[in-house]
Design a protein around this ligand. Structure first.
Ligand code: ADP
Length: 251
């Protein structure tokens, strides 16, 4: 069982809108998977399903040793809650906008989850947080408040905060799309570093050139299915007409 991530038969509708129609993919530890595709194709719903921020109608999500088969989930509220908690703990989410606590310092934002949610000692969580801030290039900004930072810096804190919970996998949902163009590069650089350090990443992004650099696997979503998949050749030499059309619009 070498795959760290396994998603299979994922389906999801919102009312009458069918959003995912049987999405399958696997990813090995230390790899970068890029989800690409037109707006509304279901990319965000896949990420949110992996973190159980959405409840799929059916299908399996497994990350490391935690899994839920949403077609036949554990019976009983307590058992289901335990399974959700276990699966959630395996991944960290980075959103378009960072959702930092505005009234807490940068360090406070990073320490909050590990201490309050995971019950880790404050000293340990603080030491971890300092290391993570160094990793995202923000050593020395521990005592700043989010409002005092640029959008790019805030997003880098967002990444550090997701990592502070020590997930197996980082799920990044268009991490640069809310940023001013001049701030995109610094956030992509941090993500590149994480990829180089063999973090397992699943990224929804429209940054095609960045995807070419970091992706081990590219999944092109269209209409709630994986319409094309492969390595970066999906970006450079797409086989499907709809992938070609999409990329022509992006580049
Ligand atoms: P993408 O990330 O590829 O743009 P999404 O996964 O965000 O696609 O959305 C896919 C479709 O699901 C869209 O049509 C969107 O309007 C719909 N959708 C997403 N979330 C909800 C929701 N909470 N309620 C109703 N419809 C939703």
């Amino acid at each position: 069982m070498s795959d760290l991530i396994e998603v299979s038969g994922l389906t999801k509708s919102f009312g009458d809108t069918v959003v995912l129609q049987g999405v399958d993919f696997t990813a090995e530890s230390g790899t970068v998977s890029v989800l690409l595709g037109p707006s509304g194709s279901g990319k965000t719903t896949i990420l949110r399903s992996m973190n159980v921020l959405e409840t799929p109608d059916a299908g399996l999500v497994r990350i490391a040793d935690a899994s839920i088969d949403f077609g036949s989930p554990p019976t009983g509220k307590a058992a289901y809650r335990r399974a959700v908690k276990a699966l959630r703990a395996r991944s960290g989410m980075v959103f378009q906008s960072h959702h930092l606590f505005p009234h807490k310092t940068v360090l406070g934002n990073l320490v909050e989850g590990p201490v309050q949610v995971q019950g880790r000692p404050v000293e340990e969580a603080t030491a971890d947080a300092r290391m993570l801030l160094e990793q995202v290039g923000l050593a020395g900004r521990e005592d700043a408040y989010p409002g005092e930072l640029s959008g790019g810096q805030q997003q880098r804190v967002g990444i550090a905060r997701a990592l502070a919970l020590r997930p197996e996998v980082l799920l990044l949902d268009e991490p640069t799309s809310a940023l001013d163009p001049e701030l995109v590069g610094e956030v992509l650089a941090v993500i590149r570093d994480l990829a180089a350090e063999n973090w397992t990443l699943v990224i929804v992004t429209h940054e095609v050139r960045f995807a070419q650099d970091v992706a081990d696997q590219v999944l092109f979503l269209d209409g709630g299915v994986v319409a094309e998949r492969g390595g970066t050749e999906v970006l450079t030499d797409p086989q499907e007409e709809r992938t070609r059309r999409f990329l022509a619009r992006m580049l």
